[in-house]
Design a protein around this ligand. Structure first.
Ligand code: DX5
Ligand code: ZN
Length: 219
């Protein structure tokens, strides 16, 4: 069964606490927080103040997906705000190794993120260092886009690499266009955690959508 990480990008910002409590009570293990700087991706979303505001109201793991240029500048700030995991894009910095080391030095989980156009070979030198790899299944920047099915082979490749190499201990996360249909091939290829934004929060009953993702992967 897959772990579910609702993305608050599609939540009701005015009633954020209620949205978060709903998915928490529905059994979501992780809360996904999409940070966008208007440079790495076109949109601007929210920053570390949101993480520190959310931290006291839930025990879910706070997964901060940094879609920002040179994310190493903000690792410490997000760690102090209460992140349990920080994800940094390999495309966003010439110093991916340093960025990941900084996250580990802050005592939290480190994740490397791959855009759809970036091959797994780009991150092989840092795979031994990470707790999670995020395979983007849409181009980052917006909620509500369509799942790219060709990303399933990338998930399978990462699953094969960790099976073959004792030094690797990462989980595989997927993000973008996830629903009860698209989650199935991704889970079968090796995904452990599914981010879901619009599928969960645009529904009248978010809890039912979390249950649907779990039952679609209950094998
Ligand atoms: C996209 C973000 C996603 C987004 C997913 O740039 O990284 O986390 O919230 O939204 P859906 O699930 O609607 O594709
Ligand atoms: Zn995300």
């Amino acid at each position: 069964m897959i772990k579910v990480a609702p993305s608050i990008l599609s939540a009701d910002y005015i009633n954020l606490q209620q949205s978060i409590e709903t998915v928490d009570q529905a059994g979501a293990e992780v809360l996904h927080i999409d940070v966008m700087d208007g440079m790495f991706v076109p949109a601007i979303s929210y920053g570390p103040n949101w993480v520190s505001a959310i931290r006291p109201i839930t025990n879910m793991e706070l997964d901060c997906h940094l879609m920002i240029e040179n994310p190493e500048r903000y690792v410490e700030t997000f760690a102090k705000a209460g992140a349990d995991l920080i994800g940094v894009h390999v495309e966003a910095t010439p110093h991916i190794h340093r960025a990941l080391q900084l996250i580990k030095a802050a005592g939290i989980k480190a994740e490397v993120v791959l855009n759809p156009g970036t091959p797994v070979s780009m991150i092989e030198p840092v795979l031994y260092l990470v707790d999670q790899v995020l395979v983007m299944t849409v181009n980052p920047g917006f909620g509500g886009q369509k799942f790219l099915p060709e990303m399933v082979t990338k998930i399978a490749e990462l699953d094969r690499l960790r099976a073959e190499n004792d030094a690797y201990h990462y989980q595989i996360e997927i993000d973008g266009g996830i629903n009860d249909q698209t989650v199935q091939p991704a889970y079968d290829a090796g995904a452990d955690v599914a981010v879901a934004g619009s599928y969960v929060f645009n529904a009248s009953k978010p809890a039912a959508k979390i249950a649907a993702l779990k039952s679609a992967t209950n094998h």
